[in-house]
Design a protein around this ligand. Structure first.
Ligand SMILES: Cc1nn(C)cc1-c1nc2c(-c3cnn(Cc4ccccc4)c3)c(Cl)cnc2[nH]1
Length: 284
């Protein structure tokens, strides 16, 4: 197409680097602008030395491979990557409203309309991944970004696997709140681990804290294994019903993502789900 540069490979000179947006386990993310197009991006900068020391190059390659090919309105776009002597640079879609984690911290909890929208969009993104045999395995508010239109973008496929397998996590780092029983017990797990996390996220958005969030990790682990959580009396019946159908010890008992997307509570509080869902059902 005239004027469209099919850039084969970027270098750092192709970008103007802006303020830092955040930092993760292996590096930092900066606001960036591609000089040629003026396009605003998020530039994730990782230090090769760190990656080698923590033995994660294969995980990074998998993350880039998986995210680059997954094109969906609720999955953060990975536009490309390049490297120099010391660093690896990953060019990602920029989300103006940042991490859901920060929004939840600032607002305490979300209303049913925003929660229903995010749960619908997350379920849609994960259903798309599962149909391509990709399990995300690390769904939590830190890995969910919100763009300028208030839409959800799933990010950080660092723990994703491209098959239904019992691949063990190298290390369980960060919060345990979102881990399903079968992963805690390091048993074989399927895409249903992501379904569990959708239920945990729905609870946290509506209540302001995760269902198994208690002072000690051992208590959290025990409650997860027993599926022991309490829904606040103030929670609407439809929301309680949906959460109770997702957060189940038995993976096969958990609602499928298509059933989540078609649930009456979700359609009531996110009417767009009805039209999207109806079109999908009709076109299938
Ligand atoms: C923070 C923040 N505040 N506002 C107003 C917008 C943002 C924003 N952050 C992002 C970010 C972003 C930033 N940090 N992280 C977490 C991280 C950092 C390093 C390695 C792995 C993971 C993601 C992205 Cl990718 C993409 N878009 C982003 N937008």
């Amino acid at each position: 197409q005239a004027g469209e540069t099919t850039k084969m490979s970027w270098t750092l000179n192709d970008f103007a680097i802006g303020r830092p947006l955040g930092k993760g386990r292996f590096g930092h993310v900066y606001l960036g602008k591609e000089n040629a197009s003026g396009y605003v991006v998020a530039l994730k900068v990782l230090f090769k030395k760190e990656l080698v020391r923590l033995n994660v190059p294969h995980q990074l390659r998998r993350e880039v491979e998986i995210q680059y090919h997954l094109r969906h309105p609720n999955i953060l776009r990975l536009y490309g990557y390049f490297h120099d002597a010391e660093r690896v640079y990953i060019v990602l879609e920029y989300c103006q409203r940042g991490e859901l984690y920060r929004i939840l911290k600032e607002r305490g909890r979300l209303n049913q309309e925003d929660t229903a929208k995010y749960i619908y969009q997350l379920s849609s993104a994960l259903d798309f991944c599962h149909e391509r045999n990709v399990i995300h395995r690390d769904i939590k508010p830190e890995n969910v970004l919100i763009d300028k239109n208030g839409d959800l973008k799933l990010s950080d496929f660092g723990w994703a696997v491209q098959h239904d397998g019992s691949v063990k996590r190298a290390t369980i780092c960060g919060t345990l709140d979102y881990l399903p029983p079968e992963m805690l017990a390091q048993m074989p797990h399927t895409h249903k681990v992501d379904n569990w996390s959708v239920g945990i996220l729905m609870f946290e958005c509506l209540v302001g804290k995760a269902p198994f969030e208690v002072p000690t990790q051992s208590e959290t682990i025990d409650r997860i294994k027993r599926c022991h959580f309490k829904l606040p009396d103030s929670m609407e019946a439809g929301a309680k019903e949906l959460i109770n159908k997702i957060i189940r010890i038995e993976p096969e008992e958990r609602l499928s993502l298509k059933e989540v997307m078609a649930h009456p509570w979700l359609i009531q509080h996110y009417p767009k789900a009805a039209s999207h869902h109806a079109i999908e059902t009709v076109t299938k």
